[in-house]
Design a protein around this ligand. Structure first.
Ligand SMILES: NC(=O)c1ccc[n+]([C@@H]2O[C@H](COP(=O)([O-])OP(=O)(O)OC[C@H]3O[C@@H](n4cnc5c(N)ncnc54)[C@H](OP(=O)(O)O)[C@@H]3O)[C@@H](O)[C@H]2O)c1
Length: 337
């Protein structure tokens, strides 16, 4: 029996970072792909996602998802074409999303892949606006911190994958004013001109509290927090009584730096603010409903998206380091094929 049919290239974790990761924490390794077993499919990945949460998986600590292992391939969302199949459920030629990213060829159980409709939207969208970042924005604003007509909504990391979709969803839900914060004048211009924001704050320009007060003089009803630290502290101070905060991420602390600012939770208590965390995995049952809606918005042009694309598997670590430091507008993706 043949045991080595093809050679796959994959990115492995070479070492764990101290603080900010570097290219030296990753290795590009060639590995033979064994013959498929019953129920498996072989996928040629065409796009893969790099996401901020992967930073936490580089550390050796317990969390909601296990750490990456040194000397093993990293993993994450990817999309590709099935080139061999030993599954009745998924034929050769299908386009599937799955979790075996960071490699060009993936041999996986068909049950862990999802076939997608590429007539509905281009494959890359299934890693962004129609993928987990789009669903995160949707779930955060429709369920976790529900936007009501007339609300003032504040969104951080607003020019990124979640934030660029979230501003437009907030408007669609009837928000009267949507304020976004992002790093630098190019991104803040994009927030207003392309992503439907009424006002944009450049947090790198300083005086975050003053800028939020100027952009939302009557206070905030809903805050989608992707950043934590000073953003969360300032938002709690700017919330109206009864406001709702969706705790989606805290990227300002992902490299292990101690927060210089902490939110005043007694102030949150006295304003009767709700702070509610979320993990997008809990909303996976909503995926079908969400994709149905969002594919329609994309097709009619009411949902505008951007991607920052790095080319080739060898650039995946650079893309990942870039998403942590703000090199992306919209979804950060790596094109593999
Ligand atoms: N809870 C969940 O299930 C879930 C699911 C998906 C994502 N998330 C979280 O949602 C957030 C956004 O994720 P994403 O995939 O859409 O990433 P993204 O926003 O596309 O990329 C991350 C952005 O964060 C900004 N950033 C980096 N360091 C920052 C800092 N110290 N202060 C303020 N902004 C900073 C950068 O933009 P600037 O140039 O504007 O700084 C960067 O582009 C992350 O916190 C992520 O962990 C959570």
């Amino acid at each position: 029996m043949t045991t080595q049919l093809r050679t796959a290239r994959e990115i492995q974790l070479a070492s764990r970072p101290e603080g900010v990761p570097t290219g030296a924490n990753f290795d590009l390794v060639e590995r033979p792909v064994a013959e498929l077993e019953d129920g498996q499919i072989l996928i040629r990945n065409t796009w893969m996602s790099v996401d901020p949460y992967m930073r936490g998986r580089m550390d050796d600590r317990e969390s909601y998802i296990p750490p990456f292992e040194i000397g093993a391939a990293l993993e994450g969302s990817a999309i590709g074409e099935v080139i061999e199949s030993r599954s009745a459920a998924i034929p050769v030629g299908a386009t599937v999303t799955h979790f075996a990213g960071w490699r060009d060829l993936a041999a996986i159980d068909a049950a862990t892949a999802t076939a997608v409709d590429t007539t509905l939207a281009a494959p890359r969208h299934y890693l962004g606006a129609l993928g987990t970042t789009g669903l995160t924005a949707y779930a955060a604003l429709t369920d976790v911190a529900q936007v009501r007509p007339g609300d003032t909504v504040f969104i951080s990391a607003a020019a990124g994958a979640v934030g660029s979709v979230a501003g437009q969803i907030a408007k669609a839900l009837g928000a009267a004013r949507v304020v976004g914060s992002a790093g630098g004048p190019v991104k803040t211009a994009l927030l207003r001109e392309e992503f439907g924001y009424d006002a944009a704050i450049d947090y790198r320009a300083g005086d975050l509290a003053g800028q939020v007060a100027a952009a939302a003089p009557e206070g905030i009803d809903v805050y989608l927090d992707s950043v934590g630290g000073e953003h969360l502290k300032v938002a709690v101070e700017a919330m109206r009584p009864g406001g709702r905060i969706a705790l989606v991420g805290a990227i300002s602390g992902y490299n292990g730096n101690k927060p210089a600012h902490t939110p005043d939770l007694f102030l949150a208590a006295t304003k009767e603010i709700t702070l509610r965390g979320m993990l997008v995995n809990s909303y996976f049952p909503l995926f079908g409903e969400y994709i149905g809606k969002a594919a329609g918005w994309l097709a009619e042009g009411t949902l505008r998206t951007r991607e920052t694309v790095y080319e080739g598997l060898d650039q995946a670590p650079a893309a990942f380091l870039g998403v942590l430091s703000g090199a992306n507008t919209g979804k950060m993706l790596v094109r593999l094929g």
